[in-house]
Design a protein around this ligand. Structure first.
Ligand code: AP5
Ligand code: MG
Length: 209
């Protein structure tokens, strides 16, 4: 099973992908996470990617495609994978086709810009484990009550100016992929505003799992 999770920033792709990964026994491949790991290790790619990511811009297609290929070809991905945040441009989707990588289903999480800004301003990452939490009353998961505030950090690209750039980039470069995959009859449309357990159930039902 090869899935693509498509959608605007903060729509819950990563949160749902972690559940689907366990449910379906397939690997979550988040290009955003891979790039953040490269930044942390200060690899050549990481140093290059940081320049784009911190401000909310996309990393050049060829760099992301090369990174993705390294991971897809590992044995852990043999039984399938979820591409979380890839493709994000039409050339990236075409690169998948050129590489003869056949996607079974594209799950699109739709959400309004207002809710995206609200969600992302409440997101916090655990400094040590990388776990993703949300501080908003209507966000989830909430951090454990006994967790010290200084253990939670804001992602650099969750600053208000970077969120605005990510939204603009999403509408210009990524949203056209909805039509691209609709034409190919691969699209499963979800309302990202719903709770994530509801979204996971909708995916299970739609994929007959
Ligand atoms: P990436 O890390 O993929 O960021 P993104 O697409 O902007 O998406 P996010 O990870 O911000 O959101 P998400 O949809 O995973 O939501 P989450 O589950 O965290 O990419 C970062 C950057 O890397 C890009 O800007 C770009 O520079 C670069 N990059 C990556 N891929 C690339 C590519 N293919 N090409 C070029 N460049 C690339 O949830 C958000 C928050 O809401 C969390 O706090 C969570 O706890 C909460 N929450 C989740 N679901 C719900 C729910 N249903 N109800 C309430 N709260 C919820
Ligand atoms: Mg994510």
């Amino acid at each position: 099973m090869k899935l693509v999770f498509l959608g605007p920033p903060g729509a819950g792709k990563g949160t749902v992908a972690q559940v689907v990964e366990k449910d379906f026994g397939i690997m979550q491949i988040s290009t955003g996470e891979l790039l953040r790991a490269a930044i942390q290790c200060e690899t050549e790619l990481g140093i290059h990617a940081k320049y784009y990511m911190d401000d909310g811009n996309l990393v050049p297609d060829d760099l992301v495609m090369a990174l993705l290929k390294q991971h897809i070809d590992t044995s852990e991905c043999k039984s399938g994978y979820i591409l979380d945040g890839f493709p994000r441009t039409i050339p990236q989707a075409e690169a998948l086709i050129d590489a003869e990588i056949q996607i079974d289903r594209v799950v699109n999480f739709s959400m309004t810009d207002a809710l995206i800004i609200h969600r992302l301003s409440g997101r916090r990452i655990h400094r040590e484990t990388g776990r993703v939490y949300n501080l908003n009353p209507d966000g989830h998961p909430h951090p454990p009550a006994d967790l010290e505030d200084n253990m939670l950090v804001l992602r650099k690209d969750d600053r208000p100016d970077a969120i605005q750039t990510r939204l603009k980039v999403y509408h210009e470069q990524t949203e056209p992929l909805v039509g691209f995959y609709q034409k190919r009859n691969l699209l499963l449309q979800l309302d990202g505003a719903k709770p994530s357990d509801v979204l996971c159930e909708e995916i299970r039902v739609a994929l007959g799992h």
